[in-house]
Design a protein around this ligand. Structure first.
Ligand code: ATP
Length: 575
């Protein structure tokens, strides 16, 4: 939990200030029983009304001062815990954003959501509690013991028996509670995952009428959460009554031995009352202490889960080259590139890939599903790194380039389009926030999106639902293409993103792309031959290998797999 050091450094002064005001409050609380014992033994016993009034006023004053201390420390603790929680959440969010595809893939998305929300809240609540009541507990404990010993050392022996027993129970509580709370957080991850999957696939659920199945899945997960939480609460609930029992036994002992001492005349009644008061304060603070530890155990489980993400280390890279001197990407070269995903080192997804393309060229990539097309293009913006060989842009190995500088020259339309809640113009401008209205419209025109956008009553200001639910699949794809075009990049990668667009519209998009920029390197991954047949170079991938390279005509002659794809889509090859 090294990552917490940053916040400790930043907030420890505020925390100390909070504890200072807390100490004032504790000091006032601790004085009350002593003043009361004096009031009983000196004022009431001697029928001295003046003494009673003075002691009563001092008690009132102490209560007032204690209340002021409590208000100030409550304010400080709220401010500190809120700021801490906000910063931690933001830092965690930034960390998640900075993770490479490979590292981020190790965490389930739902689990990341739970860590960003529930786990941060648990940790934040503990910090708040720490400065409000948790720090008060040990102070009251120590203070009550000191005051009780100063009242009567012999009776205090009872405390010497009670405190170690309670500490032993608290220790047990911590040991047993920690794994249980970890399990609760994991079941929360699971229920979030089920919900996320259902919400993102709600249309499929409706289409297949699988409501019962989904409801069962959710109930199962919900019940698992309930059972885990119930078990945890049941186990944790055992500890408080045991602590209470031990403490009450202590109070009975004090009453017993105190009564004997009062009868003997060796102890005054006021002192016995004060002693019992200190015992009660001690008991409530010990009870609180056991709750503090429960909260601590829960917060520790959450803090460790946050730490698992915060402590992910990316490999240290030598200083990254900025691309300033090489303003534009003018060519892309794959040299002997092979690639395997982590954990599947024996299964090469790409094998000995070699090809080059330069500005103004359109490269078509075609091949069966799972042949490695998406993986290949993902190596260009360095979402993954080549296992052997190298990917070069303008002669520079992408692994040596500053990630941001590299990625701002590449626009990509992934296979699964993602639109955000907001207007159409916001979604297109997401690709380049400085794009003018004219540039947005031009991009939409090339992407063949302008006409359908203008057919909506609000045009470019039409508000899209989450994920663009109010658009058809083809419309979503065209807006995603416009978003990539508005970026004015050197490289444009279209990863099977025209699959839902009809052939005529697709051909218009491709013609528009070719005429748009003579400098653009355009890579088109497609399943349809019509999408790539006009490309300057077509690459045929099969099982991670290039099995054919050339123009459409050349491949029809030289590559049997390409010919098979052609035949499957058009019938016989025209001779
Ligand atoms: N993140 C990943 N982790 C592990 N294996 C992966 C990952 N992504 C893809 N693969 C595997 O790599 C292989 C190539 O996948 P890839 O997505 O590159 O194929 P593709 O040719 O683009 O397929 P499609 O046309 O269906 O999109 C597949 O066998 C796939 O199972």
């Amino acid at each position: 939990m090294r990552y917490l050091g940053k916040y400790v450094k930043k907030y420890y002064k505020f925390a100390l200030l909070g504890i200072f005001f807390l100490s004032i409050e504790v000091f006032c609380d601790l004085l009350q029983p002593t003043i009361m014992s004096k009031m009983v033994d000196h004022g009431i016993a001697n029928r001295d009304l003046r003494y009673v009034l003075v002691a009563g006023s001092v008690m009132l004053m102490m209560t007032g001062i204690g209340a002021v201390g409590a208000v100030i420390r409550n304010n400080i603790s709220s401010i500190v815990s809120q700021r801490f929680g906000t910063e931690l959440r933001l830092d965690l969010f930034r960390k998640i954003q900075s993770l490479s595809y490979e590292k981020a893939g190790k965490f389930d998305t739902a689990s990341l959501v739970t860590r960003l929300t529930n786990d941060v809240t648990q940790t934040q609540n503990f910090v708040n509690g720490l400065m409000r009541i948790f720090a008060k507990t040990p102070l009251i404990c120590i203070g009550s013991i000191v005051m009780a010993v100063s009242l009567d050392a012999k009776l205090s022996l009872i405390i010497a028996f009670i405190v170690p027993m309670v500490i032993a129970i608290i220790y047990l509580n911590t040991r047993i509670g920690y794994p249980l709370f970890q399990k609760v957080q994991r079941t929360l991850d699971h229920i979030n995952g089920v919900m996320r999957e259902y919400l993102s696939g709600v249309r499929v659920v409706k289409a297949f009428n699988r409501f019962d199945y989904e409801e069962n899945r959710f109930s199962e997960s919900n019940e698992r959460l309930m059972n885990t939480q119930t078990l945890t609460m049941r186990v944790m609930a055992v500890f408080s009554p045991i602590v209470m029992l031990i403490i009450n036994l202590g109070i009975i002992c004090v009453l017993w031995f105190g009564g004997i001492a009062v009868n003997n005349g060796s102890l005054e009644v006021g002192k016995t009352i004060a002693f019992i008061n200190y015992m009660t304060q001690l008991s409530s603070s010990l009870m609180m202490l056991s709750m503090v530890f429960t909260a601590f155990v829960r917060a520790r489980a959450s803090a460790e889960r946050i730490g698992e993400v915060m402590n992910v280390e990316e490999p240290v890279r030598p200083e990254q080259l900025d691309m300033h001197e090489h303003e534009h990407i003018t060519n892309i070269d794959f040299k002997n590139v092979s690639f395997s995903y982590t954990g599947k080192e024996n299964e090469a997804v790409l094998k000995q890939i070699n090809f080059s393309c330069r500005s103004g060229m359109t490269l078509g990539i075609i091949g069966s599903t799972g042949s490695g097309k998406s993986t290949l293009v993902n190596l260009i913006p360095r979402f993954y790194e080549a296992t052997t060989g190298g990917v070069y842009v303008s002669g520079l190995n992408v692994c040596e380039l500053d990630e941001q500088a590299l990625r701002c020259r590449i626009a990509m339309v992934p296979q699964q389009n993602t639109l955000f809640t907001g207007t159409i113009i916001d979604n297109i401008r997401w690709g380049n926030e400085h794009a003018t209205d004219a540039e947005v419209e031009q991009a939409a025109q090339i992407a063949q999106a302008h006409d359908f956008i203008m057919s909506f009553p609000d045009g470019y200001h039409t508000v899209l639902g989450q994920g663009g639910v109010n658009l058809s699949g083809g419309q979503k794809q065209r807006i995603s293409i416009a978003r990539a075009l508005v970026r004015q990049s050197d490289v444009l990668i279209l990863d099977d993103c025209t699959s839902a667009v009809d052939v005529i519209t697709e051909s218009k998009i491709l013609t528009g792309l070719r005429s748009r920029s003579k400098e653009l390197i355009c890579m088109i991954i497609a399943q349809r031959i019509t999408s790539v047949m006009g490309a300057d170079l077509i690459m045929v991938l099969d099982n991670g290998e290039i099995v054919g390279q050339g123009t459409h005509e050349e491949l029809l002659q030289s590559c049997s797999i390409y010919r098979d794809i052609y035949v499957s889509q058009f019938g016989e090859v025209a001779v």
